[in-house]
Design a protein around this ligand. Structure first.
Ligand code: ADP
Length: 424
């Protein structure tokens, strides 16, 4: 080669080096942007979960997605047992469920002592006892362990472990990313715990209030029936007010306890074969006085044939009564309410309760299924009493029966609540 060839090639090589550097820089920037977007998305998803167990598995799933690695696990510190106890995993073999990590000798234990994240680039040097096989059956090749810190002092209360299939390095930005995520996961866990405490407190209070309330109701009933006719009618009215208000309070307590029990799976369903059209007629019959009182027209399009579902009679009626009494409550005097059925091949039978009330705007169509959520009412509709528990209870019940419940609505045209149950 001539000197000129060499000169040209050197210039070209320098340009190529700049181009490669640019390409790498571009790839890293793209990757960082992508990860920041994924992180933001995963954090917003965490904030929607209040059940701690659901949250644990969401955290492990999000960890895998964030670092694009096949497996992750979450352990919480149990000081009484001097170890970290398994809570949730993704991509590991199912035996993980009963696993725990001792404080001595495990990587998690070292993370606790150091108060900092640790990466093991090649697990060949570690004791196999302290980590679990991947779903593929092979041992992970590398792992990164970051602490989950709680409270102002940043006390370590658990760890997130993420595993790679083969040996590999964990870059500082990967460690920082998982640490940032662990910080958000700790906040979500704290929130879920507070929510749980609030629910426990509420259901305990509801329990405690029941006995004195039953006594008030009974006494007011006795008082009402034994008042002498000579007394001014206003006194009788006072006794009636006490009976009515205590009945309302009793219903509210029932709803509170019901929802907590349903969510904790503490309610036993008595399943039997039921004809859905008949269940709807019974619920309509129970509520007939309310529709008459508001001069509302109710139209039931009973299907030409019978549709049988496997359900608990009382609970199915509770769902229907909740939907129909809402239709009655939120639809103005003289409005229309309709119930119809639609068979969906392979999916089951859908029951729709339609009304001519104020409707529900799209951004609130899911929110109304959250407990205690109540909409600010439409200007044409008077403020209504309620607890914001009817719809969440109805939804949990339908889901326990193997179906779905949702709302469709065009504002100012009315609402449509639909639930679908599998046929039997
Ligand atoms: P409650 O009726 O006791 O407030 P629900 O859980 O049954 O509680 O309903 C939650 C909220 O959803 C209600 O406060 C109301 O704002 C809205 N909603 C429910 N049903 C209807 C309906 N048929 N039409 C309009 N809004 C409704």
């Amino acid at each position: 080669f001539s000197e000129e060839d060499e000169w040209w090639l050197t210039i070209f090589a320098r340009q190529a080096a700049v181009a490669i550097q640019n390409a790498n820089f571009y790839r890293e920037t793209r990757r960082a942007q992508q990860r920041a977007r994924t992180l933001a998305h995963l954090i917003s998803q965490l904030n929607q979960v209040v059940n701690p167990h659901q949250l644990f598995s969401q955290i492990t799933e999000a960890t895998c997605n964030l670092l694009e690695l096949p497996a992750a696990a979450l352990y919480l510190l149990n000081t009484a047992r001097s170890g970290f106890e398994f809570q949730a995993q993704r991509g590991l073999q199912p035996q993980a469920e009963h696993h725990s990590l001792p404080l001595e000798a495990s990587v998690a234990g070292r993370v606790l002592r150091l108060g900092a994240s640790l990466a093991v680039e090649d697990t060949a040097r570690l004791d196999k006892l302290f980590f679990l096989p991947l779903a593929s059956g092979k041992m992970p090749g590398a792992l990164l362990v970051v602490p989950i810190r709680q409270g102002a002092q940043g006390r370590v209360e658990g760890v997130i472990e993420v595993y790679a299939a083969g040996p590999r390095l964990f870059g500082p930005e990967e460690i920082a990313l998982l640490e940032a995520f662990a910080g958000q996961a700790a906040l979500a866990l704290e929130r879920a715990r507070l929510y749980q405490h609030k629910e426990e407190f509420l259901s305990m209070t509801a329990h405690e209030l029941r006995a004195p309330l039953a006594a008030i109701k009974l006494s007011a009933g006795l008082l009402e029936s034994s008042l002498p006719a000579s007394l001014p009618p206003a006194l009788g009215q006072l006794a009636t007010n006490i009976t009515r208000s205590s009945a309302r309070l009793n219903n509210l307590l029932d709803d509170l306890l019901d929802l907590t029990r349903l969510e904790q799976g503490r309610i036993q369903l008595r399943l039997e074969r039921l004809e859905i059209g008949e269940a709807v007629s019974t619920a309509l019959h129970t509520l007939a006085p309310l529709f008459t009182q508001k001069e509302q027209q109710v139209q039931l399009e009973r299907p030409a044939i019978e549709y049988w579902v496997n359900a608990d009679r009382a609970r199915l009626e509770q769902v229907l009564v909740n939907l129909l009494s809402n239709a009655n409550k939120y639809t103005p005097v003289g409005g229309q309410i309709g119930v119809n059925f639609r068979l969906e091949d392979g999916l089951g039978i859908t029951v729709a309760v339609q009304d001519s009330g104020p409707g529900i705007p799209p951004d609130e169509r899911e929110l109304i299924f959250e407990r205690y959520y109540r909409r600010a009412m439409h200007e044409n509709v008077k403020e209504m009493t309620g607890s914001g528990l009817g719809l969440p209870i109805a939804r949990v019940l339908v889901e326990l029966l193997g179906g779905q419940l949702w709302a469709e609505s065009d504002e100012d045209v009315g609402s449509r609540f639909l639930f679908r149950l599998p046929l039997c």
